[in-house]
Design a protein around this ligand. Structure first.
Ligand code: GDP
Ligand code: MG
Length: 451
């Protein structure tokens, strides 16, 4: 997904604004990328439509390139598609909260039971697991083992201890009955959260649905979560829809996101079923369960470091007046050291140099050494500009013309004359580049420094 999207952004290199015409090709790449990621066609269509509409109307933000802007729009739409905000687990106001887990066989329900208990225990909640998978005695054992890691060693787990009580009733008892007894037991023990595991099937069948309905009626759960395997792609969204229509669910848990799943499941579930993904499992260890953050997922899908927060911060830092002021100055070739410093400080305000580097697409391969170098030159620059007189800052030509002035700046800032010369040249290069960017054709020549 990431590499096909890279192609989309690269098609905008050299463009100045997003237009109806120049987004056609990138949008095709985005469409293809989503389909390849196993997102269903109707979802892709709506998505592409929404992004295109926004892209054309978007205003230019100084310092942000059109490809970065498109990344931001795509990301915002992805986040919206995935439900926007984090969807928190709901807990009962009094008495035990009950979380009922459902799902097909092998998707990771039993593992989620233990992970969830581990997760909630860290939040200070007492938990109890109820073993409702009566068809596989091994499943009960598995849950008992997972629940009491202090006394057993379980090959899958490498870290941490769950150590919560597991309520079991053997294989002869109906799941609804186990649920009822389990809940009574939890009330007696003043347990905060009861997590009920259930039996899965290879496919959806009547018996499973009926059984789940009975269990649900018995428990009156605060959460009914469908556990789905991310590897099933589009199928995941369809399953969530079906289970929701059949038994009524409150959300989904997407497991095995650590595998080489194509991410389509995460994108479609909310849009197709109307139910949010609440948690994701990304590994076999107990701590590999976390809330589902739509924004982080979008970032991961786009694989763009954090262009998004870069664009956001650029919007904040470069206030409109500043940008307009700057534009006027560039137009009249008056961009000076004060602007240079202001901009440099604005960049510094956006976070450390190293973070910004990571935010800019195509700059991912910069080494830490190079980053440190860039940071150093930023500090150097500031010292030299501060050693200039107000007049010199406003009229960089003065410095270009006078080696005496450059020498004084070098001495006052403790730098070499060569470093000062470099900075002066840099300013004129910047002026020229900016003029070009603004589409001003005349002027912009870079003066050679006089010796
Ligand atoms: P159930 O049949 O739904 O109860 O599934 P299990 O909990 O027994 O899990 C089936 C297999 O999937 C086990 O081998 C688990 O270790 C594995 N599994 C569960 N969740 C994850 C996950 O998030 N990532 C990976 N890689 N494996 C998982
Ligand atoms: Mg199981």
């Amino acid at each position: 997904l990431t590499s096909s999207l890279e192609a989309a952004w690269s098609k905008l290199k050299g463009e100045e604004v997003l237009t109806k015409e120049n987004i056609v090709e990138p949008m095709k790449d985005i469409r293809r990328a989503l389909l390849e990621a196993d997102v269903s066609l109707p979802v892709v269509r709506r998505f592409v439509q929404a992004v295109s509409e926004q892209a054309v109307g978007v205003g230019v933000i100084r310092g942000v390139t059109p490809d970065q802007q498109l990344v931001k729009i795509v990301s915002d739409e992805l986040v919206k598609l995935m439900g926007g905000e984090v969807s928190e687990l709901v807990f009962a106001k009094s008495g035990p909260s009950v979380i009922l887990l459902a799902g097909l066989q092998g998707v990771g329900k039993t593992t989620v039971c233990a992970k969830l208990a581990f997760y909630l225990k860290k939040q200070g909640k007492s938990c109890m697991l109820v073993a409702g998978d009566v068809y596989r005695p091994a499943a009960i054992d598995q849950l008992v083992i997972l629940g009491s890691l202090n006394s057993f060693s379980y090959s899958v787990i490498s870290l941490g201890q769950v150590d919560v009580p597991v309520y079991t009733a053997g294989t002869g008892v109906k799941p609804a009955e186990i649920a009822k007894q389990g809940l009574q037991e939890a009330k007696k023990k003043n347990i905060d959260v009861v997590i009920m595991d259930t039996a899965g099937r290879l496919q959806i069948d009547r018996t499973m649905m009926d059984e789940l309905k009975e269990v649900k009626q018995e428990l009156n759960p605060t959460e009914v979560l469908l556990v789905v395997d991310a590897m099933t792609g589009q199928e995941a969204a369809a399953l969530v829809t079906t289970f929701n229509l059949e038994i009524g669910i409150t959300g989904a848990i997407l497991t095995k996101l650590d595998g080489d799943s194509r991410g389509g499941a995460a994108l479609s579930v909310k849009e197709v079923s109307g139910k949010p993904i609440k948690l994701v499992g990304r590994g076999e260890r107990m701590e590999d369960l976390e809330p589902f953050y739509p924004d982080r997922m979008a970032g991961r899908i786009l694989g763009m470091g954090d262009v998004l927060s870069f664009v956001e911060k650029a919007q904040e830092v470069m206030r409109v007046e500043d940008a307009e002021d700057l534009q006027k100055k560039i137009m009249s070739a008056k961009y000076d050291f004060n602007d240079f410093l202001k901009q440099t400080k604005a960049i510094a305000q956006m976070g450390s140099m190293s973070r910004i580097m990571g935010m800019i697409p195509g700059m991912g391969k910069i080494t830490p050494a190079q980053i440190r170098e860039a940071e150093k030159s930023l500090i150097l620059m500031e010292a030299m500009i501060e050693a200039m007189t107000p007049e010199e800052r406003e009229k960089p030509e003065l410095l270009a013309e006078s080696p005496v002035r450059r020498k004084r700046v070098a001495q006052d800032s403790g730098k070499t004359e060569q470093q000062v010369s470099q900075l002066v040249s840099q300013l004129f290069q910047m002026r020229a580049r900016m003029k070009k960017l603004m589409g001003v054709m005349e002027g912009g020549s870079i003066p050679a420094l006089r010796d």
